[in-house]
Write a protein that binds this ligand. Structure first.
Ligand SMILES: [Cu+2]
Length: 156
């Protein structure tokens, strides 16, 4: 599957490059016409999130909008991915006595939750991101405390 994706990406890029070259050399484009740059460059529209001990590997900046994540577990124990939106720093998140996040606690908003993902497994999840500060975290007991989170800023 990874190989196929690479191929698709390669041909996608090749097609984009061809379109670009064609547009650039077109003699019928008057100089005064604004150049339409094909928006075929890779975007963060469908980012991959890789979970492992004890990391949530995701870009620290994402663009607002509907985003479909592919979430994979590259670790050796089950993990999950929760997406919280909050202005709070992660240290100020409401926590229980074990140090796990109280998911419906004050000051935070759980936007997305899903089943645990077994080692080697993956999951697809669509989240509607609005500008602000987010915490992408695995809240299986002890994992947040072990540093399994990433702060993500969503820009307009
Ligand atoms: Cu975890």
């Amino acid at each position: 599957m990874a190989r196929l994706s690479t191929l698709v990406l390669f041909f996608g890029l090749a097609a984009g490059a061809t379109a670009c070259a064609t547009a650039g050399t077109s003699p019928s484009s008057p100089a005064s016409t604004p150049t339409l740059v094909p928006t075929s460059q890779p975007t963060a529209a469908n980012p991959t999130i890789v979970l492992s001990e004890w990391k949530v590997a995701v870009a620290s900046t994402l663009k607002a909008g509907k985003v479909t994540f592919t979430i994979t577990n590259a670790g050796t124990v089950p993990h999950e991915l929760l997406v919280f939106k909050s202005d709070l720093d992660e240290a100020a998140y409401p926590k229980d006595s074990a140090g796990d996040i109280v998911e419906d606690g004050p000051g935070i908003n759980l936007l997305s939750d899903g089943d645990n993902i077994n080692p080697g497994g993956s999951q697809s999840r669509t989240v509607d991101l609005t500008p602000g500060k987010y915490l992408f975290v695995c809240n299986i007991t002890g994992h947040f405390k072990s540093g399994m989170f990433t702060v993500v800023t969503v820009t307009p």
